[in-house]
Design a protein around this ligand. Structure first.
Ligand SMILES: NC(=O)c1ccc[n+]([C@@H]2O[C@H](COP(=O)([O-])OP(=O)(O)OC[C@H]3O[C@@H](n4cnc5c(N)ncnc54)[C@H](O)[C@@H]3O)[C@@H](O)[C@H]2O)c1
Length: 414
């Protein structure tokens, strides 16, 4: 089996710790070899290279990626077959468009872009170049969600009547990094909601017609004497940056993603431990978003960024004419109530990699990446990404107008 040579742009949590690590761990199976790296922070590029060399070495493989100081040079690198765009969301267009035009296969992480204009530009580049892009909407690669989709398609609950996602996102982190400004991230609704809006489209096989949404921002009681960055702050604070895995507060000496480059950042756009009380944050803390699909089908999304790590953090419920499917993401459980309640099953869909990043989705994605890199169709496309971003933009427009109904046809499209 030949290697697929992979170049990664953006070496943060997602690029290095989720994608590249999974690439290394599944190398014997999928032969995805990292050959080129770029981050706008050259120290981070070096840190990532060391980290990944160790990951590959652990399975007996030596890698020697070229460390590019320019992302466009990585795209042009003849030693790269697959370009992975995993930099922060407002930079996706800058790399995805030339990557598509280069003729190489392209992965772009979700959300496709922070604005609908950028998302449209990426889809237009795809059409123009006759090339394809695969997206990283993780629910599409997770076993539990695939099971729910299969059950629905097999008619297990009859005709779909309602879709509902409850999303108690444990990320006040959205107030401390580049997510905190919509001009950089498109907002929490873009970063997280786009996953679930894509799920609505995937499961219904339709496009939403209109949306009505309300959003809120709860005032945070700002204490006197806080520092501008969390790692320098001595106060006891409910918003102290925490380790995702353990929920434990992070001490300064480990206050990094993968090295000192994170602590050394000074530009507020790239600092990932900005104080939650810093001015300039403009995202909605939570809200309720209702989409109407053709034929009166309703999809409902309710979220907060102040959720707690808990087993019922994110749930999907599908109500059909003959039954229900209830998926609990953090336990990998899919509950099926069929035949008007006469048949009840609890399916354990955790799979062998459930404890890995994104409940095993990133491991599953590696297989799909190989198939895609060799010419296969993307299971999740740029068009899917554009549609999710259009829905986010429409929902924000409704939130800004206190719940006014926004027709999807008001939002730009290709
Ligand atoms: N599929 C998923 O479930 C999932 C999960 C997490 C993140 N993401 C997406 O991945 C992307 C990165 O998120 P993250 O969590 O890794 O963020 P992060 O802050 O941990 O890392 C982002 C990296 O991008 C780099 N960067 C910023 N601007 C750049 C530029 N112009 N050129 C090159 N590098 C640049 C930063 O220096 C940083 O190292 C975002 O689009 C995010 O939405 C997707």
């Amino acid at each position: 089996m030949d290697d697929i040579r992979v170049g990664i742009i953006g070496l943060g949590t997602r690029g290095t710790h989720a994608l590249a690590r999974n690439m290394a761990e599944t190398y014997p199976e999928h032969r995805l070899r990292v050959t080129a790296l770029h981050d706008r922070n050259p120290d981070r590029t070096r840190e990532a290279a060391q980290d990944l060399a160790a990951q590959y070495a652990a399975i007996g493989v030596t890698i020697d990626p070229t460390l590019h100081t320019d992302g466009h040079a990585l795209i042009a690198d003849p030693d790269v077959d697959l370009v992975m765009v995993v930099s922060i969301t407002d930079t996706h267009r800058e790399y995805a468009v030339p990557a598509l035009e280069s003729g190489k296969r392209v992965y772009c992480d979700k959300p496709l872009a922070h604005t609908v204009e950028d998302a449209v530009a990426i889809v237009e580049a795809e059409r123009r170049s006759d090339n394809r892009l695969i997206m990283g909407f993780t629910r599409r690669y997770e076993q539990a969600w695939r099971t729910a989709a299969d059950l629905l398609a097999d008619g297990a609950i009859g005709r779909l009547q309602l879709l509902q996602v409850r999303d108690m996102i444990p990320y006040h982190r959205y107030l401390t990094g580049w997510w905190r400004r919509r001009e950089w991230s498109g907002g929490a609704l873009n970063d997280k909601g786009s996953h679930l809006f894509d799920v609505f489209n995937w499961l219904t096989g339709e496009r939403a017609l209109r949306v009505s949404a309300v959003g809120g921002r709860r005032a945070l009681d700002e204490p006197a004497g806080h520092a501008d960055r969390c790692h320098r702050c001595e106060l006891t604070c409910p918003y102290r940056r925490r380790e995702f895995a353990t929920g434990a507060p992070v001490a300064e000496d480990v206050f990094t993603h993968a090295g000192a480059s994170w602590l050394a950042e000074t530009d507020e756009r790239y600092v990932d431990d900005t104080c939650v009380y810093a001015p300039g944050t403009d995202l909605w803390h939570g809200g309720s978003v209702q989409f109407t699909y053709p034929d009166g089908l309703v999809a409902s999304y309710v979220y907060t960024i102040f959720g707690q790590e808990a087993d019922d953090e994110e749930t999907l419920e599908l109500v059909g004419s003959e039954g229900r499917i209830v998926l609990t993401r953090a336990t990998g459980e899919v509950r099926l109530i069929a035949e008007h309640g006469a048949r009840r099953e609890v399916l354990d869909r955790r799979g062998p990699h459930f404890t890995d990043s994104h409940f095993g989705a990133d491991k599953a994605l590696m297989g799909d990446l190989r198939t895609f890199a060799l010419g296969g169709a993307p299971p999740v496309s740029a068009d899917d990404g554009l549609e999710a971003t259009r829905m986010v933009v429409a929902a924000h427009a409704s939130m800004e107008a206190d719940g006014r109904t926004v027709e999807m046809k008001e939002i730009p499209d290709v």
